[in-house]
Design a protein around this ligand. Structure first.
Ligand SMILES: [Zn+2]
Length: 308
């Protein structure tokens, strides 16, 4: 869920006439990929720690069920020595959405910060599954997997937070961290909290904004390139279909209300990996093997963007 403050109505997804629905491309992929996925889950590859999450419920007994975060190396991730540093000299900033401790600091996260176009909360708690697994833990888990994949390829990777801050950082600081690192690419990782039946991922790219401290004119085009690259790889690696409720099947959306994008001066996108309130998506989001594929998909998208 990406920071739609109380003072802001979630914007209607804007259809891009240029982008043909990814669904067409996916239509060819999905049966195979999902079939592959189904098989994978059935042989116990899906869940972490041996419990069955084919049914979508994480394998722990506590009330707020929480899948373990063991990192499972994807069979395709073993780069040969010559490919090991395609990202040498590149800087990538990963922004794990929200912070697991935000709910303990309501006054701090509700403080308003300026995002160029308007003022909004410093940060939000994020959403959670119906059984209480917080988005903020999902985002950190995927961020760690992505960092490992990118570092293996020689990139310098920086996280905006690593569960090591009492709250936040605020959305303006999250953008600043990428700017000050002179990131070649930045990605903010989220999972949505929408109505059941709304499924799939979408990538959010910055629209053109030039207001106050916000000036995205120079990053709109490279961020769109990064966004399309990440969306394409995400479909290919995870086999998951793009959102059926935002982006008209393109898996892409453009917004001008997110502080993390408005204040960025480097190519940056947000990704909503799925809907934490839909049981079908939750079966994927709570599976370590799927999260590894999600990270792999993001990594391949970033690599092909950076290699141009
Ligand atoms: Zn979020």
């Amino acid at each position: 869920m990406s920071y739609t403050g109380p003072d802001f109505e979630p914007p209607q997804p804007r259809r891009s006439p240029l982008r043909r629905p990814l669904t067409v491309a996916v239509a060819a992929l999905v049966p195979g990929a999902l079939l592959g996925w189904g098989v994978y889950a059935a042989v116990g590859g899906g869940s972490d720690g041996g419990g069955s999450d084919a049914a979508g419920t994480p394998a722990t007994s506590s009330a707020t069920t929480e899948p373990s975060a063991t990192v499972e190396p994807s069979p395709t991730a073993k780069p040969s020595p010559s490919d090991s540093a395609p990202l040498k000299g590149k800087v990538v900033v990963i922004d794990p959405g929200h912070n697991p401790a935000n709910f303990e600091h309501p006054s701090q996260i509700n403080r308003k910060v300026n995002v160029g176009t308007h003022w909004k909360e410093c940060d939000t708690t994020g959403t959670a599954t119906n059984t209480g697994w917080p988005e903020a833990k999902f985002t950190l888990d995927v961020a760690h997997r992505l960092r490992e994949l990118l570092e293996k390829q020689g990139a310098t990777v920086k996280l905006t937070q690593d569960g090591d801050r009492s709250y936040g950082p605020c959305v303006d600081e999250r953008a600043r961290i990428g700017n000050e690192a002179h990131a070649d690419a930045a990605i903010s990782i989220h999972a949505d909290g929408s109505g059941a039946g709304n499924r799939g991922f979408h990538v959010i790219m910055p629209g053109a904004v030039h207001d106050g401290d916000a000036d995205t004119r120079a990053i709109v085009a490279p961020s769109a390139e990064l966004g399309e690259s990440v969306a394409g790889s995400f479909v290919r690696v995870t086999g998951s279909a793009p959102s059926n409720y935002i982006g008209d099947g393109t898996g892409l959306n453009t917004r001008t209300d997110l502080g993390g994008l408005n204040l960025s001066t480097v190519p940056k996108v947000f990704i909503e990996c799925g809907n934490m309130r839909d049981s079908t998506d939750v079966a994927l989001l709570t599976s370590g093997s799927w999260r590894q594929k999600a990270a792999q998909g993001m990594s391949e998208g970033i690599v092909s963007f950076l290699r141009g």
